[in-house]
Every structure is written in C-alpha cells, then in structure tokens.
Design a protein around this ligand. Structure first.
Ligand code: SAM
Length: 470
C-alpha cells in the first residue's frame, strides 16, 4: 500500500516514519510513503502558497492552485504505475477538525486501499474550492484544534499501516486487540509469575486454550463495561440484534450478521419489526422486514440516508415501496448459504489457485452477468478474486463479494465435472476460517451453485435475497 502526503512540511512526515515497525515496513516494501511538498507546485514567483481570506478574519489560507497542481502530480504518478482506473478512484483524505472522527473500523476500511492520499492543512486551512474538487473523505483525529494536518496524517497512517498484511509479523494480533468488536483488550502479563506479591491469574498458566479464551473474553467485557460504557452499550446492542432478531433465520440474514460481526457495516435501525444495516461509504444498505406492514416504514427509514444507493432486500415485500420511491435498476435474486463448522472441507483435488490481477477483468465480466463491473474491478484490485489454473490456463475463478460473502464462481465449460468449483470454494472457506470468520456464500439462483453449496456441507437459506440498485 502506498501513502501520498501533500504537505508544506515533508520533513515532518519523513522523519517520523524512519523508526520501529513502520520504518521496517517501508524498508521491506510492505508500505510506501511519499511526502510531496505543496510549495513546489506554486506558480507564485516568491514561492508563496498562502493568502488572506476574503471577508477578513485572522490568519492565512493555503491557496487552491498549488494544492490542485500538487494533487494532479500525485494522480499522474498513480496513473503511470497503476493505470487510469486506480487513479480515477483515488481516495483523498483532508485532515480537518471538522471531519468525521477517525476510528478503528475506518482504519480497517482504509487499509483495503492500494493508494491513499492525505492533504495536510496549515494556518487557517485550505481554500474551500479545491477541497470540493479533490477531497473524498474529511477526517478528524479528535475534537481539538492542532496547528497542522501532519500529526493527524501520521496518526492515521500508523493505524492503517499496521493492518496492511505483512506489516505486523503476528497477523492475528490486530484482530484481537482493543476496539475489535467494540470491546477493549483483556489485561496481559509477562514473566515473572509473581511480582510485588501479585500473581498472574491461574487460568493463564493452565495451558487450557479454551479456558484462556473464555477468561479473556469475559475480562474484555468487564473492562469495557467499566471503562467505556459507551462502547459496551454498542457491543451489547449489536449482540442483541444478532442473537434475538437475525439468528431467527441464520442463513437468510447471514450477510447482515457478518457485516455487523466483522465491523464492516453499521446498525442503522433495529426494532421488533425489522433491521437495517449499512455502510454509508460503499452505499450498500441491507433491509430485513419482519412483517409486511413494516416494509414501507423500513424503506422510508433507509431513504432518510441519502448515501445509500444499493439495497439488499431480505423480503420481496420491500421491493414495491422501494420502487415507488426510486427508479430502480433491475432486481437480481440471490441465495445465501452458511458454513457452520470450524473445520475446513478437505481439498481432494490439487489445483493451482492464485489471486487474479486486473488483467483478467474482461474475461471475468463475460461470465459474471449478475455482478456489476465496478464490483469486479474493485475486488480484482483488492486481490479478492482467485483463479484455478490447469497447465497455466484459467480453468475457473471464485472470490469475495463486496460484503464479504464467497461467490462469483465460474468454471469454464471444458473443465466442468472435474471438481474445480468445489476445490476453489473449499480453499476460500479454509482461508476465511483461518481468519476467524464464519464463511458464507452468495450465488445467483443457479442449480449448480446451490448443489455445490450443499455438497460442501453449507446450510442453504430457503428464501432468496434481492439485490437492487437505484
Ligand atoms: N480554521 C480551521 C477550523 O477552525 O476548522 C482550523 C485550522 S487548523 C489551525 C490547521 C490545520 O490543522 C487544518 O487545516 C487541519 O489540516 C489540521 N488539523 C487541526 N486540528 C485537526 C484535527 N483535530 N484533526 C485533523 N486535522 C486537524
């Protein structure tokens, strides 16, 4: 992953990133950081980049021109290395106390980007017009005012970089620490067993991993309840929704449960009559209506959030009110299936499976009619589509949908009946289990795909879900 920092003080960024874990990650190529000096792009002959704000007021403002030209240089660099598609969808973060407050789940989302651009303000800030043209995300690191955006950019880069695969040697550690699942981390102890008369809790010396996990989970809950009641309330609410509302039909609602459990989406609405889960950034919104009457109310509630533009409807009754409200583009039925075991299916056939690059985009699009081009593009860029290769020929592919479900499965006609689909799904299920996730699959209503899910021991939802775009 590459960070680009547009700043008036590049040395501040460069110096801070030379040591410890991030310094090592830069040296071994896991992450790249380029600090770009905005001043180099000014057209002012005295190298000035700031001026007085119109209408008066204290302080100076960074002008639009140098920032815009600096961004164009960053964009051109990305286009040259990664192509136009990546450059066109660059995420540009302006650090500002007026932005959304940065948090751990957001760090996880930003870590999925290949290239990330930061704009650091200084003085009184930056001319609004250039912000409107180039910025995609406004982020703050807390409700206080700093002199510049360099420290906030460093804070965010640190939190994001440690989630990039390979940066921390112990890959699982980021999944178990504070804020994962809205809980704080449990207390930890190292040698000696006794210090200042205090002994390490006996359970940690027992060697019983199950008991240790239970103890840690309980400690996490207790600690969060005591130190961060606000977080604990969030955790409890989510657990309540999952266990009392969504578990009523586990396979039907597995995408919603997993979106919440994995921290990918937020709880927007949850009452006895329905649940809405969504992500304002991707625009995906999932609706479950527990009665016909609730459908209209739920659609209206979802419509109050203007950022949503793709809907996963868990009951057909939701479609009519949605169509009355918006012009919708198609309605594709899907079926979901959940893998309930913690043991991965055995892989019977040895096939070479590897992550696919964007070079395969056209080939994949020809065979994935039910999925949008932008989704395929994004999943390829993020390395979430895998190909099965037989003598270097692409025999089939499978991968992850944007929400995290397995699917996008296709096997070339000449390779069918050889267990290639089964092998690919088994491989992906194994991968998800090793990350501590509950694997679930999503497929358009194809008999072959549904039969395969059953063969793999997955529990198939009886009802369809409907994917609708507005
Ligand atoms: N006049 C601005 C306002 O009232 O919103 C504050 C400008 S501040 C003095 C200068 C720069 O520091 C900002 O443009 C921003 O880049 C950065 N900055 C200050 N506080 C920040 C915070 N809490 N989070 C992120 N960036 C911040």
């Amino acid at each position: 992953m590459n960070f680009h920092v547009m700043t008036l003080f590049p040395e501040m960024i460069e110096q801070a990133l030379q040591t410890s874990i991030l310094g090592r990650a830069i040296k071994n190529g896991c992450i790249g950081v380029k600090a770009v000096n905005i001043r180099e792009y000014t057209k002012d002959k005295h190298k000035k980049v700031d001026d007085y704000p119109y209408g008066g007021g204290a302080g100076m403002l960074i002008q639009a021109q140098p920032v815009y030209d600096c961004f164009q240089a960053v964009r051109a660099d990305v286009e040259q290395r990664k192509g136009k598609a990546v450059a066109d969808r660059l995420r540009v973060v302006y650090l500002t106390p007026q932005g959304q407050c940065f948090h751990q789940a957001l760090a996880g989302k930003l870590a999925e980007e290949e290239e990330l651009v930061f704009l650091c303000g200084h003085y009184e800030g930056v001319d609004e017009r250039v912000l409107e043209e180039i910025v995609t995300d406004y982020l703050s690191i807390g409700d206080y005012v700093l002199t510049g955006g360099e420290l906030p950019a460093l804070v965010i880069m640190d939190a994001v970089a440690r989630l990039v695969p390979g940066v921390l040697h112990n890959e699982v550690s980021a999944d178990l620490e504070t804020f994962h699942d809205d809980l704080l981390e449990y207390p930890q102890y190292s040698r000696p067993v006794e210090w200042h008369g205090k002994r390490v809790p006996e359970v940690l010396l027992s060697g019983d991993h199950k008991k240790v996990d239970e103890w840690r989970r309980e400690q996490s809950r207790e600690r969060t309840k005591c130190l961060r009641p606000d977080l604990y309330e969030k955790y409890q609410r989510r657990q309540e929704v999952i266990h009392s509302l969504l578990k009523k039909n586990k396979a039907l609602y597995i995408d919603m449960t997993e979106a919440l459990q994995r921290g990918r989406e937020e709880l927007i609405y949850a009452e006895d009559d329905g649940v809405i889960v969504g992500d304002r950034q991707t625009g995906i919104c999932r609706l479950a209506a527990f009665s016909e009457k609730a459908a209209v109310k739920l659609v209206k509630r979802a419509a109050a959030e203007s950022k949503f533009n793709q809907y996963v409807l868990h009951q057909p009754s939701l479609l009519v009110p949605l169509e009355e409200m918006y012009q919708v583009e198609g309605c594709t039925p899907f079926r979901q299936a959940v893998y309930n075991s913690r043991i991965a299916p055995t892989i019977k056939k040895r096939i070479e499976i590897r992550s696919l690059t964007p070079v395969y985009q056209q080939e994949i699009l020809q065979h994935s009619s039910a999925v949008s081009e932008s989704c395929i593009k994004e999943q390829l860029e993020k390395g979430r589509l895998f190909g099965a290769f037989v003598e270097e020929n692409l025999a089939g592919f499978a991968g992850l949908h944007q929400g995290g479900g397995l699917g996008l499965l296709y096997v070339d006609k000449s390779y069918r009946g050889q267990g290639i689909g089964r092998t690919m799904l088994s491989y992906l299920i194994g991968q998800q289990l090793s990350e501590g996730l509950t694997p679930y699959a999503v497929a358009a209503e194809s008999q072959a795909a549904l039969a395969l899910f059953r063969q793999l021991g997955m529990k198939l939802g009886k009802e369809s879900v409907y994917w609708v775009k507005r």
